[in-house]
Design a protein around this ligand. Structure first.
Ligand SMILES: [Zn+2]
Ligand SMILES: [Zn+2]
Length: 201
């Protein structure tokens, strides 16, 4: 028998895998896997991810439907305001029963059918002959898909002044009286040219 690796993310499901039409509730905290987001927006590895949902057994596998709730750390990409809060992401996933040996032909057909079906349903592994569902990748994928690429404290965040860093949300009237350096350079050039013209005349 192949060695089975149990992790923090394996859920015993043997009780419902034996027969189609059974279901099992899940309401339990799992540690956040690594690789969810980055320093701008993400979930710190090891923080609690509350998993609430159910596994339903069908003929060829288990369906998980439910939600994951976890503390997401984020900062507004315009003004750097911290936006830490709990996020809940919905997930539906399919855990197919392991292939029977010596059915290479059938396997090819199944792959084809899967490719043609609704791609929104993600497929994840059962291990130890269907005794455990491994939800590590499911948690990671669900949050990676759900997190915003560029979090904002509010849709119309004005951001920080590019010259001095003042928060323009708090100081909407803020501006710098000093002319932009590029225009200052042009003004000096214009003055110089005018002076030269006068010198020629
Ligand atoms: Zn902001
Ligand atoms: Zn400024």
């Amino acid at each position: 028998m192949a060695r089975v690796t149990y992790t923090d993310w394996t859920i015993p499901v043997a009780q419902i895998g034996s027969r189609a039409g059974q279901s099992m509730e899940v309401d339990k905290a799992f540690p956040a896997p690594s690789g969810i987001g980055d320093t701008i927006v993400g979930i710190t590895e090891g923080s609690d991810v509350q998993v609430r949902g159910r596994f339903d057994s069908i003929v060829d596998g288990l369906i998980f439907t439910g939600s994951f709730t976890a503390p997401v750390h984020a900062v507004c990409t315009r003004c750097d305001t911290p936006l830490d809060r709990d996020w809940t992401a919905q997930a539906t996933a399919f855990f197919p029963f392991e292939e029977q040996p010596d059915d290479g032909k059938d396997k090819d057909e199944e792959v084809e059918i899967f490719a043609g079906e609704d791609e929104a349903e993600d497929v994840y592994p059962l291990i130890d002959r269907g005794a455990f569902a491994d939800i590590e990748a499911l948690i990671r994928d669900t949050f990676v898909d759900a997190l915003p690429l560029q979090p904002l404290c509010r849709p119309d965040c004005k951001g920080l002044c590019p010259q001095c860093g003042v928060d323009l949300n708090e100081h909407p009237e803020h501006e710098h009286k000093v002319a932009d350096m590029r225009f200052a350079g042009l003004a000096a050039l214009k003055e110089q040219l005018e002076a030269e013209e006068q010198g020629d005349a």
